[in-house]
Design a protein around this ligand. Sequence first.
Ligand code: 13P
Length: 255
Amino acid sequence: MRKKIVAGNWKMNKTLSEGIELAKEVNAKVKSQNASNVQVIIGTPFIHLAEVNKTVDPALVSVSAQNCATEASGAYTGEVSAAMVASTGCKYVILGHSERRSYYGETDAILVKKVARALENKLEVIFCVGEVLAEREANQHFEVVKSQLVNGLFNLTAEEFGNIVIAYEPVWAIGTGKTATSDQAQEMHAFIRKVIADQYGKAIAENTSILYGGSCNAKNADELFANPDVDGGLIGGASLKAEDFSAIISARSKH
Ligand code: 13P
């Protein structure tokens, strides 16, 4: 059975003390709500990881980094390795976010290396894919997403692929308040599962969690999560308020 997941991506928000406070609030909310069927993850800035991992109860909330280095260690000033991320207690790392792809030039080839470093360090990878608006308007969205999967992930063995969670984040929906419709999300998630099935077989595809991201909030989460192929959400803005994040976890829990 694939996991139901609600993952927060805090992006570059919150000072250390604010982050610890938010992590405490999220932990308390998860503890008080009956949502043990949902894997809750918070993706914090690197600087927060060690403290946030000490703050949350790992049985309730897992912690994720938002990136890791392509190289294992050495003279790479300013980089943070997957081993360092894992050493803080993290279980996950988000890779291939559209902001990393577009602002920091992360190509498929770079992502192949980052995924390899993450898996070597026993991190599960939340791997983001998604098209920009012009690609959707040109009806290229399926092709674009398939190519991101094939070129970023399909070098993995079936066993390695078991450690991958996919996040479909249409770039035009990220931070814009414009969510994909429930039908658009379901259509793409079913497509992604089919592409995975063609590569790794139906059983692995059925076991892969595919999250939706892009202006997912307490109001629209319910409708999005009602879709059979939408296994959860990768939440940006709405993960910065414990109340909203908790409402999204409840929406995931009840379907
Ligand atoms: P928003 O929820 O703020 O649109 O961000 C989505 C996202 O990019 C999560 O990774």
